[in-house]
Design a protein around this ligand. Sequence first.
Ligand SMILES: Nc1ncnc2c1ncn2[C@@H]1O[C@H](COP(=O)(O)OP(=O)(O)OP(=O)(O)O)[C@@H](O)[C@H]1O
Ligand SMILES: [Mg+2]
Length: 257
Amino acid sequence: VKFANAELDERRKELEEQTAELTKVNADKDKFFSIVAHDLRGPFQPLLGLSEFLAETAHNALPEDIQTMSDSIHRSAKNVYNLLENLLQWSRLQRGRIEHRPVRLNLMQVVELNVDLLTVNAMNKKVVLTNEVDSEVFVHADRNMLDTVIRNLISNALKFTPSGGKVSISTKTTDLESGSPLIEVSVADTGIGMNEEDVKKLFKIEVHHTTRGTQDERGSGLGLIICQEMVEKNGGRIWIESEEEKGTVVKFTVPLG
Ligand SMILES: Nc1ncnc2c1ncn2[C@@H]1O[C@H](COP(=O)(O)OP(=O)(O)OP(=O)(O)O)[C@@H](O)[C@H]1O
Ligand SMILES: [Mg+2]
């Protein structure tokens, strides 16, 4: 009887956990739909307004003006598309529709590929971008997810760092959290930073905090949320240390390979 009771208790606990989980998933879904509806409308406004204006005035506008307007339309379209892409990716992650296949990866190489990809951005902005990851560091993670995380974090660092600044990626081995060795990756910048209040708004889908970069770059405001989802799928966590006008360090952990 004692044994049966213990088993019943266990079952009940499992059911309670599942109910809590389902309630949370449902609440997340509600939040998701409300932000999709609201946030997709925003970037459509300039797109609709500008294209309407162009359509009405193109017949007797100067070529330079047509050029300027079509550039703006293109930029707006890219913003809408980026937001949509990120929303879809987040939704797929939520529903477990993105494959997660962890393998042993050389971290320095993954970082290097992304540094190569973003060097043009860094050069345009006159920001020095350096990969300080040791070539001997191996991690256990899904390649695409790790790639997305690193790319997003470097993009952010570049976006919020004015000319003359620095962005660097480095690592250290951390204590044995929960018994398994982790690598702590830092993406540090000497940019505009954030105050404590803004830092608290991050990683929350229901807050959806986004600001323009130092060259007025716009974003979807979903980059970090996607990063968090992916870091956690890989078995790590992500957090931010930032100081206004000093810079930001985004840190995340990933299991050692
Ligand atoms: N390195 C950083 N320095 C200062 N502020 C940052 C930094 N990284 C993120 N932020 C702040 O957090 C917000 C959310 O970042 P997140 O990456 O989630 O979205 P985003 O960059 O606005 O959009 P997207 O990632 O789609 O381009 C940014 O808009 C910015 O306000
Ligand atoms: Mg971003």
